[in-house]
Design a protein around this ligand. Structure first.
Ligand SMILES: C[C@H](O)CC(=O)SCCNC(=O)CCNC(=O)[C@H](O)C(C)(C)COP(=O)(O)OP(=O)(O)OC[C@H]1O[C@@H](n2cnc3c(N)ncnc32)[C@H](O)[C@@H]1OP(=O)(O)O
Length: 765
């Protein structure tokens, strides 16, 4: 017999304290025995005629992190998925119907099924700790909350908040949870149990209405207003996801059912939706991303490596500003910004200030917290204050001798074990370290822009980088909230290397007469957050053209940017930053700049359909990804998938380039490329792809159990690019444009894979 998850202890007042503790796991999840265990517990409690019941976790840092995703992943038949949801419904109804009050005492994560468990209680009390997070993040797994969350949450916090939270998967922090009515109280951990017991003595909770302002109240209280809310939600979802993800639409349907159908039918809508989604290829893909990122958290980890507490950033441009920001805010370390100009320093500091100020205005941050964070950032035009710095990150121009000079400066000014990390997007790190006295301290640390939004960093050791340096940097990147992939030191590394041929193909299509908006629309329809030409505009056409020759020199002709693009640069049409590139920009909108065709010597003459356009661009990316794997630039298809999704916004529902190739079949990808190559040799499938096709093999040698037929990994990359908020920010010359990912750092952490993983992209290539 398996040990129960619940243990019960009745105190002198007749309050049963139930400790939730999944044996042998560091995280509580709802597993297949949960409903039976709960039933046994409740029967036991009824016999002991308890007056109230408090549920508290036996784990030190989590309440319940939801249903066990591995269990969901092993489901093979829709009816089994349906049974899971129905079982949860029954178990939670049993809790609701208890003759005595129930209270969830929450410290740490109460997510998904974990929050649904808490919602089935009469009261919820949470700690005010930073690690306390509540939410229904199922959408990030391509699911809907299947344990009654779509039914109970709207009744507690209102329709609009429930829609917002479930559609984004936001994790709500304690203060916000209290303010919204999600929890009844928010208290220090030391008194959590005591306060929860006090609630348990209050008697059954009476049905209450959500705390809404007048406008929301008006809207939500009548069918006409509700119709507007649902219509808007649906429109937004379709706009954001392009219809690629079924979960958000199913969530809206289930929440709508909570106000329009009787209880039985409404819960049935939720369960049916859940079952369908568990079996969907999109959810399989997103679950794969969850498993992959969880696995990656353990890699390159070394808890004994010396911690980094004092950092410096060279270059106060947009990239430097972003790096300084995540270092001070997320990693919580001291940051010294060095720039040749005082203006550069003040721009960078202002960048952080603006983000923090917005949060303070939204009361996510107190004035004191804002001040404390800003106090961690200081500036200098020389190397003063560098003596005790642990890590210096350079974010200056792509100029080898400049960077080499900086290595020498840092070796002179800092300690013997100070790490020099370069944010170069294209230069080999071995060249940057070539003249270093302590090359073991030199490493690449490539961020994507906007830094505070983009989840990926590439970590690039050169041959002489020490293991200690790698471990320290991996730990530090994680502290900054990033998902690191360690890649091999070759020009362009991984992300820009697969991005460049893709963008080049889009450029070739344009020069062959395909209209700009059609090319971009084709790739957006494929599932990218933004089209390649719009992306180039965001990055800066000049930036792309600086990197292309480096890649061409190191990797060959396929990286050569079209000559005609130099005319755009000569005409100062550099993209968004100059108000015109392929598009003309004003504050609110952009439209294709028709005169660009004349400048490029092209007359638009569409010949291909959108799917052919997408196929050609994506084929170039897939081919290059296969080369990167073969050359060991990435350690595994998994890293390649995660890098492409988190770094570029490769459609998460396709699982990344390798998962996608496995899904299509290497033979199909290779033969399609060979057909294209009849017209243009640049399409010739690379040798590793051909070999894979000939062998009838797959990139994932062993199909990960969790990805069965489909595979996948990762996250999202979206809004910033599509809103035109993303931009490359390479040095002090760069103009700060950007948006910040407030939500990700706010009290309501936006972790939505589908909407936010990749909110910008590196536009350096
Ligand atoms: C019916 C319901 O509506 C359906 C659902 O509930 S679906 C599930 C919804 N819940 C979620 O999506 C939450 C998923 N978990 C997370 O986001 C994060 O793990 C977390 C924020 C809770 C903690 O993050 P962090 O502290 O970095 O720990 P992390 O390394 O991710 O996880 C620690 C361990 O818990 C496991 N874990 C966390 N949540 C899990 C879950 N829901 N299912 C299975 N395992 C889970 C991880 O796999 C990892 O296991 P390992 O150590 O054996 O590899």
């Amino acid at each position: 017999m398996t040990q129960s998850v619940f243990s019960l202890d009745v105190d002198d007042n007749g309050i049963a304290v139930v400790t939730i503790d999944v044996p042998g796991e560091k995280m509580n999840t709802l597993r297949d025995t949960f409903a039976d265990d709960l039933k046994t517990l409740l029967d036991d409690a009824k016999q002991q005629s308890v007056k109230g019941m408090v549920f508290i976790s036996g784990k030190s840092d989590n309440f319940i992190a939801g249903a066990d995703v591995k269990m969901l992943d092993s489901v093979e038949r829709r009816e089994d998925a349906l049974a899971i949801s129905e079982l949860c419904h029954r178990a939670f109804f049993d809790m609701k119907k208890l003759p005595f009050p129930t209270v969830s005492a929450i410290h740490g994560a109460a997510l998904g099924g974990g929050l649904e468990f808490a919602l089935a209680c009469d009261y919820r009390v949470c700690t005010d700790s930073d690690i306390t997070k509540l939410g229904l993040p199922e959408v990030q797994l391509g699911l809907l909350p299947g344990g009654g969350g779509t039914q109970r949450l709207p009744k507690l916090v209102g329709l609009q908040k429930a829609l917002e939270w479930t559609l984004t998967g936001k994790q709500i922090r304690a203060k916000q949870a209290k303010k919204s009515g999600l929890v009844n109280d928010c208290v220090p951990q030391t008194v959590l149990l005591k306060v929860a017991k006090e609630f348990a003595l209050k008697g059954k909770a009476k049905a209450s209405k959500p705390k809404l302002d007048r406008v929301s109240q008006l809207l939500e209280s009548n069918p006409f207003g509700r119709n507007i809310i649902f219509k808007k939600a649906q429109e937004n979802v379709l706009k954001k996801t392009g219809g690629h993800y079924p979960a958000p639409l199913a969530i809206i349907k289930a929440i709508r059912a909570s106000v329009e159908l009787d209880e039985l039918k409404a819960y049935k809508t939720e369960a049916e939706g859940f079952a369908t989604l568990v079996m969907s290829s999109e959810s399989k893909a997103l679950r794969g991303i969850f498993f992959a990122t969880t696995e990656m958290k353990k890699e390159w980890r070394n808890d004994d490596a010396l911690a980094i507490t004092k950092t410096a950033v060279l270059g106060g441009g947009l990239m430097g500003a972003g790096i300084a920001h995540v270092s001070a805010v997320k990693a919580g370390v001291l940051v010294r910004i060095k720039d040749v100009a005082e203006q550069g320093i003040s721009n960078a500091m202002n960048y952080s200030y603006k983000i923090l100020d917005k949060k303070q205005k939204r009361r996510i941050l107190s004035t004191a917290e804002l001040q404390q964070t800003m106090n961690r950032i200081t500036g200098t035009t020389n190397y003063s204050g560098f003596k005790h710095i642990d890590l210096v990150i350079e974010a200056v121009f792509e100029d080898l001798s400049l960077k080499q000079g900086m290595v020498a400066d840092v070796e002179r000014e800092c300690q013997a074990n100070t790490i020099f990390a370069s944010n170069t997007s294209s230069l080999p790190i071995s060249q940057i370290a070539a003249e270093a006295a302590r090359p073991e301290n030199v490493i690449g640390l490539h961020y994507f822009s906007p830094v505070e939004k983009m989840p990926l960093v590439e970590i690039i050791p050169h041959e002489g980088t020490s293991q200690e340096t790698i471990a320290r940097i991996v730990n530090f990147a994680r502290k900054q909230g990033k998902t690191p992939i360690v890649v091999k030191d070759k020009a362009g590394f991984y992300v820009n290397r697969i991005l460049a041929p893709y963008v080049n193909e889009a450029a070739n299509l344009l020069l062959a007469g395909e209209p700009i908006e059609k090319i971009d629309a084709a790739l957006v329809e494929f599932g990218f957050p933004v089209g390649p030409l719009a992306l180039l505009d965001e990055v800066g056409i000049d930036i792309g053209s600086k990197i292309a020759p480096i890649l061409e020199k190191e990797l060959g002709d396929r990286f050569k940017a079209p000559d005609a693009f130099s005319r755009l640069i000569d005409a100062k049409r550099l993209g968004r930053k100059t108000g015109r590139g392929f598009y003309l920009y004003d504050k609110k909108s952009k439209k294709v700049d028709e005169s660009v065709y004349e400048l490029l010597g092209v007359s638009p003459s569409p010949r291909l359909n959108k799917s052919e356009i997408a196929q050609r661009c994506v084929a170039q990316m897939l081919n290059e990804a296969a080369r990167c794997l073969d050359e060991g630039i990435i350690a595994s298809p998994r890293d390649g998938d995660i890098g492409a999704i988190f770094g570029i916004g490769f459609p998460p529902f396709l699982g990344g380039p390798f998962s996608y190739m496995d899904k299509l079949g290497a033979d199909k990808v290779s033969s399609e490329m060979a057909t294209f190559a009849n017209f243009n040799p640049v399409f010739a499938p690379c040798a590793p792809l051909v070999a894979m096709a000939d062998a009838g093999g797959r990139f994932y040698q062993v199909v990960p159990a969790h990805t069965q037929q489909n595979i996948v990994e990762t996250t999202v990359v979206d809004d910033a690019i599509s809103k035109g908020e993303a931009t490359d920010i390479e040095s002090s010359e760069a103009t700060v444009t950007n948006a910040e990912r407030e939500d990700a750092e706010s009290s309501e952490t936006d972790t939505n894979v589908v909407n936010s993983a990749c909110e910008g992209t590196d536009k350096k290539s």
